[in-house]
Design a binder for this molecule. Structure first.
Ligand code: CMP
Length: 142
């Protein structure tokens, strides 16, 4: 595998409204390569565990409810400096503050229903990739 990897999720708002294809095309245009992908409808336990770091935040309950409201699409993406590159490509958490041309500016509805997730560090990218994909799948993607 050429570059480094990061974990993204096309969230239930974007997946449910048929925007996954456009978002993947946009990311591929930006030089990212999909090395693993799946579709799943997360349980409360899964979404709660994935966002455990936000457990004390006031929006945690609502976030878990949103992330379990329909199917989503986790993917491992590869590119040089993938973590930073993807955070730039998706834009600010709140689409109202996102730069033109970013995924959230183009496809997100609100601060919570913000179309896409991206890992915030290499360490979390590895943890989050392992959350959704087996070790065998990640080895095969190398
Ligand atoms: P994400 O990058 O996946 O990380 C945590 C998520 O929590 C974030 O995207 C949003 O979906 C959600 N979130 C963050 N801040 C807020 C907020 N102030 N109100 C509601 N949801 C939020």
């Amino acid at each position: 595998m050429a570059g480094s990897t990061t974990l993204t999720i096309v969230k239930p708002d974007a997946f449910g409204s048929g925007k996954a294809g456009k978002i993947i095309a946009h990311l591929e245009q930006g030089g990212f390569r999909v090395v693993a992908a799946r579709v799943l409808h997360m349980t409360e336990a899964q979404a709660g565990a994935f966002y455990e770091v936000h457990k004390e935040r006031p929006f945690y309950g609502s976030l878990v409810k949103f992330m379990t409201s329909g199917p989503c699409m986790p993917m491992v993406l590869e590119k040089d400096n993938a973590v930073l590159g993807l955070r730039d490509a998706i834009g600010a958490t709140d689409p109202a503050e996102a730069v033109d041309g970013t995924v959230r500016k183009l496809f997100a509805e609100s601060k919570e229903r913000n179309a896409i997730h991206a890992s915030d560090s290499d360490e979390n990218a590895a943890r989050e990739a392992r959350f959704f994909f087996s070790e065998a799948e990640l080895i095969a993607a190398r």
